[in-house]
Design a protein around this ligand. Structure first.
Ligand code: AHR
Length: 330
């Protein structure tokens, strides 16, 4: 009898230790207390800002999805400042939310605050943008687009468009926010593909911070400093739309005198493509809310999720934009 009791006690101890290990790791499952009722969950979301049509659509989709799921969402807008996002994340940690999700404004500088979330046992989900950290245990999953692939798709269109050209093609690039994953990766993917044709040259490249006003301002300056621009590659629709204003103000015809390629496919961009002012758009979907809710429900149930979930996306020509516009959700 004594022997039996000691076997049972040893088994209980082992189970206890196993329990500690799973609640103290990177947070890839629900905390030690087991699943909560979905209606009791609280999630903190630290958004980048409201810099573009894409971001507005992304915010709305996330807020709608959480409301529909009956999960409380604490939402903050960092106005494109990393320090504001860090403050928001710290405040979510202090409030003891169940999960934190955020779209990092820039790639670097997150390790300290993410370690604080980890120490507090709060799982973090990256949405839309990645962080550049060696420690992948600091977040459970990264849900969002493959920005390098988006840059490659834009580059491929340019490569095809000018395949027969024997003259130099002068390209200007309107970059997204300096240090942001989509700005870095879209430039990289594009450069890699256009390198196949030595006539294709990026003659100027400057940040417009993903805003319409920024795109307009940078384009105005480029039209003055670059005598012969053939094509604008804008890292998002908003900067492309700003560039259209600058090109028209300079007495030129966007889409004809200067071709324009952008990324996002939000409503205003698609309308400009349908109108022939933009020539090609690579889609970047802002509709991440439902997938984020699914991730949180899975984790809450004690399940595991993929460390990288890539959003499915397409591209649009003028004809495709005309066809897609009536049903476009954003
Ligand atoms: O991170 C996604 C990018 O951020 C979108 O392409 C851009 O419009 C936004 O501001």
């Amino acid at each position: 009898m004594k022997k039996l009791l000691s076997i049972v006690a040893a088994g209980a101890l082992l189970l206890g230790l196993a329990g500690c290990a799973s609640s103290g790791d990177s947070g890839d499952s629900a905390g030690g207390d087991g699943p909560k009722a979905v209606g009791d969950l609280v999630v903190g979301f630290a958004q980048v800002g409201a810099e573009s049509g894409w971001r507005t659509a992304n915010t709305k989709d996330i807020q709608d999805s959480f409301e529909e799921a009956g999960i409380e969402l604490k939402f903050s807008d960092a106005q494109q400042k990393q320090e504001n996002q860090i403050k928001a994340i710290r405040s979510y940690i202090q409030q003891g939310v169940d999960y934190i999700a955020f779209s990092p404004v820039v790639e670097t500088g997150w390790d300290a605050v993410l370690n604080e979330a980890k120490a507090a046992g709060i799982p973090v989900i990256l949405t839309d943008r990645a962080v550049d950290s060696k420690d992948t245990s600091l977040y459970v999953s990264f849900l969002g687009s493959d920005f390098i692939e988006e840059g490659k798709k834009a580059g491929q269109w340019v490569l095809d468009q000018y395949k027969d050209s024997t003259e130099p093609v002068n390209i200007v690039q309107l970059e997204g926010t300096t240090g942001a994953a989509p700005a870095i990766d879209r430039a990289e993917g594009f450069a890699e593909v256009i390198a196949d044709n030595e006539n294709l040259k990026v003659v100027a490249s400057q940040t417009g911070d993903f805003t319409r006003a920024g795109g307009k301002q940078v384009m105005e300056a480029m039209l003055k400093s670059q005598p012969d621009i053939d094509l604008v590659y804008a890292h998002n629709d908003d900067m492309g739309l700003g560039a259209i204003e600058a090109i028209e103000a300079a007495g030129l015809v966007p889409g004809k005198d200067i071709k324009i390629v952008t990324v996002d496919a939000v409503h205003d961009g698609m309308q400009a493509l349908a109108d022939g002012k933009i020539n090609f758009i690579v889609e970047c979907s802002p509709l991440l809310g439902a997938q984020l809710v699914d991730i949180i429900k899975t984790l809450n149930d004690g399940g595991t999720v993929e460390p990288r979930i890539i959003t499915e996306e397409t591209t649009f020509t003028q004809e495709q934009a005309i066809e897609a516009l009536p049903d476009r959700k954003y």
